[in-house]
Design a protein around this ligand. Structure first.
Ligand SMILES: C[S@@+](CC[C@H](N)C(=O)[O-])C[C@H]1O[C@@H](n2cnc3c(N)ncnc32)[C@H](O)[C@@H]1O
Length: 279
């Protein structure tokens, strides 16, 4: 890559990092973790004094709800990877922030490396990053409750997004919105065709996941937003299962990225049925 295009790429990434979270979005999500925050040191390591996160936690501190709030980073502040920031990270209890989009992988890796509790904003596409996907699949990280829809730009204008969520390793209690019970594979096989390059059926929408299918299903990555690990087993990303180790295809047409899952209950019920037949 030429120096000019590398500089351009850096400038573009830096521009995409300057989106500020609105106070109401912070409050709506963070209020749901108040018991977890109690008496803790909260560290906002990509924030300066103007941040909505800092404002929210300063209020909680004044109300005696948290031990302290620390911040550093933001434009011109400490690098979250630097010694000063890492020294604070080690002493803090929970990291709560919206990190730069361009450094999300590095950011989450650091939190895992230092074994920190966290509640952070990220792009839903981060679900597909190898490390994030592994953490979600193994139940160590999950998405939060709400979806911030707009962020403030340095110009003072709001920019809307439709693909932003929270990621956390703090327990969340989820209302199960998955699967409408009348979605049946049996009798509707043509709605769920098998891929050209994988032994799995295609499900186009999370709400269309059939309740009676015992085999492997390919579902959109948004499945993970309301994932119930008691009900479904996540097997992996589509390219881990396709014969050519790339994305799934239907009638020779590539589809958007899929996650491969299996319904734990139907698999167990089918095993019981087979055992009875065999007996
Ligand atoms: C998406 S913005 C969010 C800012 C703030 N956390 C908020 O929610 O309003 C990410 C911020 O991280 C800052 N940033 C970029 N690289 C950073 C780094 N290496 N260490 C700390 N902060 C960084 C950016 O300047 C930017 O202000």
């Amino acid at each position: 890559m030429s120096l000019k295009s590398a500089n351009l790429q850096r400038a573009r990434a830096a521009k995409n990092d300057e989106f500020y979270t609105q106070y109401d979005d912070v409050r709506k999500e963070c209020d749901l973790y108040r018991s977890h925050f109690f008496n803790k040191i909260i560290y906002c390591n990509c924030d300066n004094a103007d941040s909505a996160f800092v404002k929210y936690f300063t209020e909680l501190k004044a109300a005696g709800q948290i031990r302290d709030v620390w911040f550093s980073g933001g434009r011109g502040g400490d690098d979250f990877r630097g010694c000063a920031s890492i020294a604070k990270l080690q002493q803090a209890d929970i990291v709560v922030t919206n990190p730069p989009f361009s450094l999300f992988r590095e950011f989450i890796d650091l939190l895992i490396q230092y074994d920190k509790k966290f509640l952070i904003i990220g792009n839903m596409n981060a679900i597909a990053y190898k490390q994030t996907f592994h953490l979600i699949r193994t139940g160590r990280v999950h998405t939060g409750y709400t979806y911030p829809k707009a962020f403030m730009q340095p110009t003072g204008e709001l920019k809307k997004f439709g693909n932003i969520c929270w990621f956390t390793n703090i327990a969340v209690t989820r209302k199960n919105k998955m699967c409408i019970p009348h979605n049946q594979y049996s009798g509707h096989e043509s709605c769920y065709p098998k891929y050209d390059n994988a032994d799995a059926i295609n499900v186009n929408k999370v709400k269309e996941i059939p309740t009676d299918y015992t085999g492997v299903m390919g579902v959109p990555i948004t499945f993970l937003l309301n994932h119930d690990s008691d009900k479904f087993e996540i097997l992996g990303m589509d390219k881990d299962f396709t014969t050519n180790h790339s994305g799934v295809k239907l009638n020779n047409k590539p589809l958007y990225r899929r996650i491969f899952i299996r319904n734990r209950h139907t698999v167990a019920a089918n095993d019981d049925r087979l055992l009875k037949i065999a007996a």
